[in-house]
Design a protein around this ligand. Structure first.
Ligand SMILES: Cc1cc2nc3c(=O)[nH]c(=O)nc-3n(C[C@H](O)[C@H](O)[C@H](O)COP(=O)(O)OP(=O)(O)OC[C@H]3O[C@@H](n4cnc5c(N)ncnc54)[C@H](O)[C@@H]3O)c2cc1C
Ligand SMILES: *[C@@H]1O[C@H](CO)[C@@H](O)[C@H](O)[C@H]1NC(C)=O
Ligand SMILES: *[C@@H]1O[C@H](CO)[C@@H](O)[C@H](O)[C@H]1NC(C)=O
Length: 350
């Protein structure tokens, strides 16, 4: 069936963004998404619902990361303006602090497009902070945003979603109609037969979900050996995500009271809105960022005489970089997709 011309493996933000870019080219009815987990599910092996989720200068400074950030920022800001409530994306005032080693090149690059960008004068910085910036960025209600993408792709673009765990990446080529497979399995790329990328590793992060209606701004502080942040969660009736941790190589879905206490104490120190407005703890979660030595892999290879486009290893930036990564992944298969477009079956030849 033509619906299997394009297979996407994975329904996290990375696979969904690929489906979105393809659907915007009119290819929705050609796509089947195979995923063990779908939006609405929770599992330690499904990272996307656990993201905070902010736009931050923490992503890499290499050329790809810089481009993906810029494309992702434009995409999310546009969603926030055009259909923020429906897509669970909102513009927000954001502050980012570094105790040391602020990535100056990176900051210079993002300063060119971030709205309301400003370097915070030294006398306004909290004690211990060496450098700080503020800007208007976006916050995303991660679990709701992926459910929005899922509904939009299925109902408006004709994308088919099938809940299925594949035993190997090669299983995605089972149908002879399949011309291209986009591989977006997140942390599973480490173990999935046919991929087994030893550069992949989890980076655990515990976060605390609170009700804190006074919190309107993102605040992040990158310390020596710690990461602290406060992220208002858009269209959530006043919830916020407090964090966090970046524990490289740790895969552990348990949550720890002592980590939650550290998070609450660090974030109330950091955010005046939180301190003065108060908070009620609702839950703690742990998620595993799909990290990769050397950064994300967006790359095409040939398998079974057909195209396999890898798109995984987004680490802590799948929401901010995912749309830009998807544009690259789709561009890598452009020749195949052009042929598909010209091959719409008998109807298009009328
Ligand atoms: C605490 C925390 C905070 C974060 N904050 C941010 C943030 O502020 N901003 C930001 O940009 N990012 C943030 N991230 C990172 C972001 O969540 C990830 O980069 C992103 O979710 C990765 O998406 P993914 O689609 O690659 O993986 P996933 O969401 O894990 O999706 C993988 C998909 O592949 C499927 N799959 C895997 N194996 C198979 C198989 N064998 N067969 C079929 N299907 C399979 C899974 O079922 C799933 O559907 C955060 C992460 C954490 C943990
Ligand atoms: C997560 O994936 C790993 C590797 O495939 C598997 O061994 C483990 O059982 C999964 N955990 C859950 C909770 O599904
Ligand atoms: C938001 O920013 C923090 C701090 O820069 C970063 O660690 C993280 O990956 C981003 N998202 C969340 C919620 O952790």
């Amino acid at each position: 069936m033509a619906q299997e011309s394009i297979i996407i493996v994975g329904a996290g933000i990375i696979g969904l963004d690929v489906a979105l870019v393809l659907a915007e080219r009119g290819l929705g009815p050609r796509i089947t998404v195979y995923a063990e987990h779908l939006p609405g599910d929770t599992s330690p092996n499904y990272t996307s619902p656990w993201a905070g989720c902010n736009f931050s200068g923490i992503s890499g400074s290499d050329k790809n990361a810089l481009r993906w950030d810029k494309l992702g920022y434009a995409h999310l800001m546009r969603l926030a303006s055009e259909r923020g409530r429906e897509a669970y994306v909102a513009r927000a005032h954001s502050i980012e602090y570094w105790d040391s080693d602020a990535p100056r090149d990176k900051i210079r690059a993002i300063s060119e497009y971030l709205e309301d960008f400003r370097v915070i004068p030294a006398h306004e910085l909290p004690s211990g902070v060496e450098y700080g910036i503020s800007a208007t960025t976006v916050t995303v209600n991660a679990p709701k945003h992926i459910e929005y993408l899922f509904r939009r792709l299925r109902d408006q673009h004709g994308v088919r979603f099938v809940r299925r765990r594949l035993d190997s990446i090669d299983a995605a080529f089972a149908s002879p109609d399949t011309k291209v497979v986009f591989h977006c399995s997140g942390i599973a790329a480490r173990t999935l037969p046919g991929v087994e990328d030893g550069k992949c590793f989890p980076t655990r992060g515990q976060v605390v979900l609170v009700r804190a209606p006074a919190v309107k701004s993102n605040v992040m502080r990158h310390g020596r050996g710690y990461e602290t942040y406060v992220i208002p969660r858009p269209h959530s009736n006043g919830n916020a995500i407090l964090g966090g941790y970046m524990q490289k190589g740790v895969f552990d879905a348990s949550t720890y009271a002592q980590e939650s206490e550290s998070i609450v104490s660090r974030t109330t120190g950091l955010s005046r809105e939180l301190r003065e407005g108060g908070l009620e703890v609702l839950a703690a979660f742990a998620g595993m960022r799909p990290s990769r030595e050397g950064g994300a892999r967006v790359e095409r290879e040939e398998r079974h005489g057909r195209a396999l486009v890898h798109n995984y290893g987004a680490g802590g930036t799948g929401f901010q970089a995912g749309y830009g990564m998807a544009l690259d992944a789709v561009a890598a298969a452009d020749d195949v997709l052009r042929e598909l477009k010209g091959d719409d079956g008998p109807r298009s030849r009328l």
